[in-house]
Write a protein that binds this ligand. Structure first.
Ligand SMILES: Nc1ncnc2c1ncn2[C@@H]1O[C@H](COP(=O)(O)OP(=O)(O)OP(=O)(O)O)[C@@H](O)[C@H]1O
Ligand SMILES: [Mg+2]
Length: 424
């Protein structure tokens, strides 16, 4: 595990704010590139530093990461003692504050005057529409009366979503105004904190995009060049909720579609002024044309960076660290891919055959291609919900030799963990 300073291309220190989800991989990636790593975290409640990160980090700076001035003071003092080469957000909520902190410390980062456009979906829609890009019809709402007016403009089916949440929480398709209003009431009444923050009931009502969903994983390097590393195909659960139940890297696209997707994402990156660092851009193909769902200026979640590494050999977390510390990506070590395709399947409690069990997981663990399988909720723990990412109770990571095999193995895994399916 100790990869510390094995390739000292960029000595110095890197600050990572509140690493969670795929952001935890930034710490190991920075260490692998020879940096000392400092993690800034509240280190309590749902912002507790994960054990693996605590082991990997050189230092944990305990500070209320939701208090921008406190974070700035702590970071500036650490920077004064031994300068940082870069500041990275370890979770999407911290992308704007990381940009402002980087600017205050004179380090590479996103432009502070436009950074809200990669966090606030209303600002994002407005910025991309203003750049002339195809985006869904949309309207911002913060009262029930506005919801009904917005629906009249947008039409049905439409999608309701909070402007600044994540994990598909409160993202719902609505086919009529009653359903839409009921979903909005639920969204507005939800005051559960997420990483210490509450949403304000601001939401978007937008046109429902009908078509297959992709995400595009890439990075804008220190040289300002946008690099698309992989295009991911999403496997979605039943609507009206939107639960991603699987991903396959890479999506099977005709070359002309792939080019159109890459060009479109390049324009979105420019429109949102993502001038440096990683991005994960979600879109749907509507009649074969890419239309934006959202772009996040961070690594994709759901273990997508691991799938990308398995299927391409490229480590996105390393690219991200290099970009935000001013390193040339060409100096990074190159690696051979492990397989042609890689996939993940999330196991949900509501799947065919019922809730997956440890025996079910053991049954598929030896199947060819299966790399990793895990139940994240013990059988006797209640499932937190069935409408978003919280309905997932485990996952299985795998590789395959063809796109079709990757899809088929994913389906067989879903069935195999619950039903006694044969291997072949
Ligand atoms: N306009 C739309 N038309 C069709 N489907 C949509 C639309 N907007 C969102 N979705 C679906 O809902 C999912 C979640 O939406 P969105 O990405 O905007 O929210 P999120 O909370 O940021 O989700 P996540 O963090 O899981 O990406 C999308 O991946 C997509 O499947
Ligand atoms: Mg999304």
């Amino acid at each position: 595990m100790n990869t510390r300073r094995e390739s000292p291309v960029g000595p110095g220190r890197v600050l990572i704010i509140e690493p969670a989800s795929s952001g935890t991989a930034l710490v190991g990636a920075a260490r692998g590139l020879g940096f000392e790593t400092v993690v800034a975290s509240f280190d309590a409640d749902d912002r507790t530093v994960p054990d693996r990160v605590r082991q990997e980090a050189d230092e944990v700076l305990v500070v209320d990461t939701n208090d921008e001035e406190a974070l700035f003071l702590a970071a500036a003092s650490a920077h004064g003692a031994s300068p940082f080469a870069g500041v990275l957000a370890g979770f999407e909520f911290y992308v704007p504050v990381a940009a402002r902190l980087a600017a205050r410390l004179g380090l590479p980062g996103l432009p502070v005057d436009t950074v809200e456009g990669v966090r606030d979906k209303a600002v994002m829609r407005a910025a991309t529409a203003a750049a002339g890009l195809r985006v869904p019809r949309f309207a911002e709402v913060s009262t029930e009366a506005q919801v009904a007016q917005a629906a009249a403009r947008v039409g049905f089916p439409c999608v309701l979503k909070p402007v600044d949440s994540a994990g598909s929480v409160h993202v719902t398709r609505a086919d009529d105004v009653d359903h839409l209003l009921a979903a909005y009431r639920e969204l507005a009444a939800d005051d559960r904190p997420d990483m210490g923050r509450r949403t304000e009931g601001r939401a978007l009502v937008e046109e429902y995009l009908d078509g297959p969903e992709l995400s595009v994983e890439g990075c804008v390097g220190a040289d300002g060049r946008t690099v698309v590393v992989a295009v991911t195909h999403k496997v979605l659960g039943p609507e009206p909720s939107f639960v991603e139940i699987g991903h396959v890297v890479r999506a099977d696209l005709p070359p002309a579609t792939r080019r159109a997707v890459e060009d479109y994402v390049g324009e979105v990156v420019d429109a949102l002024r993502v001038t440096v660092g990683p991005f994960h851009c979600e879109l749907r193909l509507v009649a074969g044309e890419p239309v934006l769902i959202e772009l996040a200026a961070r690594l994709g979640g759901d273990r997508i960076p691991d799938l990308v590494e398995a299927a391409t050999g490229v480590r996105l977390p390393e690219l991200a660290v290099a970009a935000l510390t001013g390193l040339d990506a060409a100096a990074l070590p190159s690696r051979a891919p492990r397989a042609k395709y890689a996939g993940i399947r999330f196991l949900t409690a509501s799947g065919e055959g019922g809730r997956p069990t440890a025996e079910g997981l053991a049954r598929i663990a030896g199947w060819p291609g299966v790399l990793e399988s895990e139940l994240t909720h013990a059988a006797d723990t209640p499932v937190p919900g069935d409408q978003d990412y919280r309905s997932r109770v485990g996952h299985v990571l795998y590789t395959a030799d063809s796109y079709q095999d990757a899809l088929d193995l994913g389906s067989r895994i879903t069935l195999g963990v619950s039903l006694a399916l044969p291997v072949a």
